[in-house]
Unconditional design. Structure first.
Length: 189
């Protein structure tokens, strides 16, 4: 196998290992763990008949909490840990923009929805309300226009809604290991 092939295989193993070793961590006071949240978000994407790329984006959208410079607790302490950028940047050498850009934009999508959808703020969990202010609050009119100009903004909004719905205590869904083939099939070739 070529070095590039080995690297592609190792990223999937690395992702699965992250879920196994870090996934049981508390998710900012939510009723689910980090891995359960991301697995539920992917299940929401599947139920919505989202394309495979968006299912994987939903599965990996919070991976930046595992690998970023600031721990998830930073958000609880008023520091933006920019997990969306950390995750997207880490995954970019391995996965296409159809996966990485919705991940990069999912926090901006929360801010966007708070600015453009009168009922959206009421959907947010307490933890998401707290992190919203740290992450910049609802977008201004200029920020809304800039966000809407981004190529993957619509997928980011869909991902954000899966993110919001992926916080159900006791929900039985497929574990990350069941996504191995899909994770591999979406790798850049």
């Amino acid at each position: 196998m070529s070095a590039a092939g080995e690297q592609r295989d190792s990223i999937v193993d690395f992702i699965l290992e992250l879920f196994a070793t870090r996934g049981a961590a508390e998710y900012m006071g939510e009723a689910v763990s980090m891995s359960q949240h991301m697995e539920q978000s992917a299940a929401c994407a599947r139920a919505d008949n989202a394309p495979d790329s968006l299912v994987i984006a939903a599965l990996l959208h919070d991976i930046g909490h595992f690998i970023g410079a600031h721990p998830i607790e930073a958000l609880e302490n008023g520091i933006d840990n920019v997990h969306e950028t950390a995750g997207a940047d880490y995954l970019a050498p391995y996965y296409p923009p159809a996966i990485t850009e919705p991940i990069r934009l999912h926090v901006a999508a929360k801010r966007y929805l708070c600015a453009t959808d009168d009922g959206y703020f009421g959907r947010l969990s307490d933890a998401s309300v707290n992190s919203l202010m740290v992450q910049g609050g609802p977008m201004s009119a200029d920020e809304v226009k800039a966000f809407e100009a981004k190529p993957y903004h619509e997928d980011a909004v869909r991902l954000r809604l899966y993110d919001d719905d992926g916080k159900v205590k006791g929900l039985t869904i497929k574990p990350v290991s069941d996504y191995r083939d899909l994770l591999e099939s979406q790798l850049l070739r």
